[in-house]
Design a binder for this molecule. Structure first.
Ligand code: FEO
Length: 176
């Protein structure tokens, strides 16, 4: 049993995770248009990971007897000047998500909601990895600058990323 206030906050976060999924799917499309196929793959995997996050919130809320609500979503940007801009926007977005997750945990602590505290721990750890990945890529992009050959090298590295489904966890929607 969770409070109506906690359920509402978690429901909002589920919708924010869905927005994240759409943001990264859009970035995948932009990268594809820029001829950066590896980056397109990286963001497609990021989209899949976000769908796992969505489904984790969905499952938790439904298991707590909550009828989830899908809220109106704002349009996602679909134009970026460079790969560096794309990843800087990604890092900024993930920092915002980290702050939201921290606020949710603070709310759960304040409400003495132990179940939600345990549930949110996974996201606390996940956000460290998300921000770290983005920082690493930004550092490499700054090293290569705007040189085409360097960018293609980073793009090829990004294309190696594969989606790993969570063990025994909720699966995202199937993808190509
Ligand atoms: Fe679901 Fe990228 O945080």
């Amino acid at each position: 049993m969770i409070s109506a206030k906690m359920a509402d906050s978690l429901n909002k976060q589920m919708n924010l995770e869905l927005f994240s999924a759409h943001l990264y799917l859009s970035m995948s499309s932009c990268a594809n248009e820029m001829g950066l196929k590896g980056t397109a793959t990286w963001f497609l995997v990021q989209y899949q990971e976000e769908m796992v996050h969505v489904m984790k919130f969905y499952r938790y809320l439904v298991d707590q007897g909550i009828n989830v609500g899908f809220l109106a979503s704002k349009a996602v940007p679909n134009s970026y000047a460079s790969l560096l801009e794309m990843f800087e926007k990604t890092l900024a977005h993930e920092r915002m998500i980290t702050s939201c997750i921290n606020n949710l945990l603070e709310q759960a602590v304040k409400e003495k909601d132990h179940a939600s505290q345990v549930f949110l721990q996974w996201f606390i750890t996940e956000q460290i990895e998300e921000e770290n990945n983005d920082r690493d890529i930004i550092a490499r992009l700054k090293l290569v600058g705007t040189a085409g050959q360097g960018l293609l090298m980073v793009d090829a590295e990004l294309g190696q990323r594969v989606f790993t489904p969570p063990p025994g966890g909720t699966q995202p929607i199937p993808l190509v």
